[in-house]
Design a protein around this ligand. Structure first.
Ligand code: CP
Ligand code: NVA
Length: 308
């Protein structure tokens, strides 16, 4: 039972809970496609707060809550007194009086714990600097749709400190999967995060391996994943990152080293010509639009599961 549980990091979930959330996501897809969605959130209000821009997360969570019979209250930070200095603690205390859960996209991961502590309502991470759990559920839903199983080899090529990569590694570590990470030495995944993931991987039998060479990392994998080189909030270090990552673009040539059946994944938004070439993201191996669609079903599964 996940009722009342925060969804801040995937490390807080057991393997069977992640599997159950994904099974429920598949059921949600059937309900949506057959126009027969149940309404477990009737009479429930969910606050969705955004400190940073969003297209997919904002639209899919809002749609998910509405389809389930609930009402999403969406706020950009600049519309709230929070932007004028009201502390997140007080924002959480007040919003909790009107709502059954709070989703938040935040600049600093710690803010999610503050919101959870002061709202006493379940808090869902809608992206922080250290993770994006809802995205990864949609990614692995897509993997299962394409391959019939979760345990395929996946290579992430790009920034080793990327929030998507952190959640991908957490999911793999919990589920006992194999992930190859290709990044320049200067942008390796942060030590403390890598250590936590390795400890978890040891328990589950997952294989999380670092490569400096992107060609070695993608050799024989079934899924190649990348994300933007410059995440939201990193604009001041953009030039340095672009320079460091210039040999880590996902090109058609790089995709040739992966398995013949390999798919290309990207959380989006994408910069064609930077982290990925247009002929890959718009080519036959790309699964990015299914991945984006699956954000809806996984969001439905999460909110239906956690709201008491
Ligand atoms: N993938 C994703 O979270 O996209 P948005 O930033 O548009 O929400
Ligand atoms: N790493 C990206 C993901 C966007 C969905 C960012 O944080 O901007």
């Amino acid at each position: 039972m996940l009722k009342g549980k925060n969804v801040i990091t995937l490390l807080d979930f057991e393997k069977y809970e992640l599997e159950e959330l994904l099974e429920l996501s598949f059921r949600m897809k059937e309900f949506v496609l057959s126009n027969s969605v149940p309404k477990p959130l009737t009479g429930k209000i969910v606050a969705l707060l955004f400190e940073k821009p969003s297209t997919r997360t904002r639209a899919s969570t809002q749609a998910a809550i509405s389809l389930l019979g609930g009402y999403p209250m969406v706020f950009n930070k600049d519309e709230l007194q929070w932007s004028r200095g009201e502390p997140p603690e007080d924002t959480a205390r007040v919003l909790a009086r009107y709502t059954s859960a709070i989703g938040a996209r935040v600049l600093k991961h710690e803010t999610l714990y503050t919101l959870a502590e002061y709202s006493k309502k379940p808090v869902v991470n809608l992206l922080s600097n250290l993770g994006h759990p809802l995205q990864i559920l949609a990614d692995y839903m897509t993997v299962k749709e394409k391959f019939g199983r979760y345990d395929v080899k996946l290579a992430f090529v790009g920034d080793g400190g990327d929030n998507i990569l952190i959640s991908l590694m957490e999911f793999a570590a919990k589920m006992g999967l194999e992930i190859h990470v290709a990044s320049p030495k200067e942008l390796r995944p942060p030590q403390d995060i890598w250590k936590r993931i390795e400890e978890e991987a040891e328990r589950s039998g997952a294989v999380i391996e670092y490569f400096e060479d992107p060609y070695e990392a993608v050799r024989g994998v079934q899924a190649v994943y990348t994300d933007v080189w410059v995440s939201m909030g990193e604009e001041s270090i953009a030039q340095r990152k672009i320079e460091l990552l210039k040999n880590y673009r996902v090109t058609k040539d790089l995709m040739k080293y992966a398995s013949k059946e390999a798919i290309f994944l990207h959380c989006l938004p994408a910069n064609r010509g930077q982290e990925v070439d247009a002929d890959v993201i718009d080519g036959p191996q790309s699964a990015v639009w299914d991945e984006a669609e699956n954000r809806l079903y996984t969001a439905m599964a999460v909110f239906a599961s956690i709201i008491p």
